[in-house]
Write a protein that binds this ligand. Structure first.
Ligand code: TYD
Ligand code: MG
Length: 393
């Protein structure tokens, strides 16, 4: 175990001895910060070698101070020659090695400059051989770079044992760590962090964090319960529906695949008789979260339809369910976990597919009203139920 819970979760429990992990992400997203903090918890009882080719020892010291990392068992090396580094590893045998970053490393036998495809590949291979032969785990930082001159981490993805992506919008505080390849565990777990003045903080309760800035008085806002690996997360889906100025209506989406949004708009037009052909639709998922699950469909539809009619979804309601092309609401996985997450965060009503009732137990009290729907129409009726009741009264 690395001692950083969110990192361990993504790695599938912890680091495997002798494994090589690639940590990649955009420059400035917080890779060095994450590693330095991991060093901090790791070197309480183990020896860590942190090699930096990007920063001077003084800069590293400043960062370590800022993150309150201070230990005699943290070895710092500012070196870019891979053979020197491997030699040092062989002699000192640290318990874990971190390389920041692979693009700055240099293998003397290779002619091309650091960061080129051959350099990146050979340096990775050299580190991998050293790590495997001594059973030492190695974490390698690789910047994602669209510029063709510097080899991106893509060229080393097949060599290493696990590939982690550290992502997020730089102007949001939330950072999500995701495994895209893992020889020793599943790849659908995520770790959530928040960048603050004194480094990254683990977010053990992402739903609460993502909902903290929620404004319940806005039309087109919907809480969808999505699964991120084995963990349910409540995400705020926002839809802004405005009249089209001229020409083709625009559809834009941040956080959800645009094609899925276009599909949902088509289903709403055909099956729910919504008129969106003269409306621009903008979708956003609050907090910079990326949703990649069809069970978010019902939430997307609810957001768009209430955005269009300028109405509000009752603030105590959450949604989960896939929407088919016929406007039918299809079963979702992990319904029990989703319902429980909603109840845990104080929601009172949960709209789920009727089909999913079979995975809920009748005797269990979930502490939340569960409303099963078969079609989009039934779902929209549930949203408007309060208002109709008021009108009658
Ligand atoms: P860094 O770890 O240097 O990014 P990378 O190694 O991925 O290139 O992180 C850089 C950003 O993080 C920088 O913009 C400043 C910010 N930051 C904080 O907000 N708080 C902190 O405590 C630290 C150390 C960095
Ligand atoms: Mg860095």
């Amino acid at each position: 175990k690395t001692g950083t819970g969110e990192l361990d979760r993504v790695l599938g429990g912890g680091l495997v001895k002798g494994s090589v992990v690639l940590l990649s992400g955009d420059p400035g997203i917080g890779k060095s910060t994450l590693l330095m903090q991991v060093c901090g918890t790791f070197c309480r009882d183990k020896r860590v070698l942190y090699v930096s080719g990007e920063e001077s020892a003084r800069q590293l010291k400043l960062r370590a101070d800022r993150l309150s990392v201070n230990s005699d068992s943290l070895l710092i090396m500012t070196e870019t020659d891979v053979e020197t580094i491997c030699e040092y590893i062989k002699q000192n045998k640290p318990d874990i090695v971190m390389i920041d970053s692979i693009q700055t490393m240099n293998h003397a036998e290779i002619q091309s400059s650091s960061g080129s495809v051959t350099q990146v590949r050979e340096c990775t291979n050299a580190l991998l051989r050293t790590g495997k032969s001594l059973d030492i785990p190695v974490i390698i930082v690789g910047h994602v770079n669209k510029d063709g001159a510097i080899a991106g981490p893509k060229v080393m993805e097949h060599i290493v044992d696990a590939v982690l992506y550290f992502e997020g919008e730089r102007n949001y505080a939330y950072r999500i760590l995701r495994a895209v390849k893992n020889r020793y565990g599943s790849t659908n777990e995520i770790g959530v962090f928040e960048m603050g003045d004194d480094g990254l903080r683990e977010v053990e309760n992402p739903s609460a964090a993502l909902l903290s800035e929620r404004n319940t008085n806005i039309s087109g806002n919907c809480i969808a319960c999505v699964m991120e690996g084995s963990r349910p997360v409540l995400a705020e889906v926002q839809a802004l529906v405005t009249p089209t100025g001229f020409g083709n209506p625009r559809r834009m989406s941040d956080g959800i695949d645009i094609n899925r949004v276009i599909l949902m708009i088509a289903v709403l037009e055909k099956r729910a008789k919504a008129n969106l052909s003269n409306s621009d639709v903008y979708i956003n998922v609050a907090g910079g979260l990326h949703i990649d699950e069809t069970a978010a469909d019902l939430g997307i539809c609810a957001a768009i339809i209430t955005g269009q009619t300028d109405t509000q979804i009752p603030p105590d309601m959450i949604f989960a369910g896939e929407v088919g092309l016929g406007g039918e609401v299809r079963a979702a996985s992990h319904v029990r976990e989703r319902v429980k997450e909603g109840a845990r965060l104080g929601f009172e009503r949960c709209i789920i597919p009727k089909q999913s009732f079979s995975s809920l137990s009748r005797s269990e009290n979930y502490g939340i009203q569960i409303i099963g729907v078969r079609t989009l129409e039934q779902a929209f009726r549930a949203i408007n139920a309060d208002k109709e009741k008021e009108n009658k009264e």
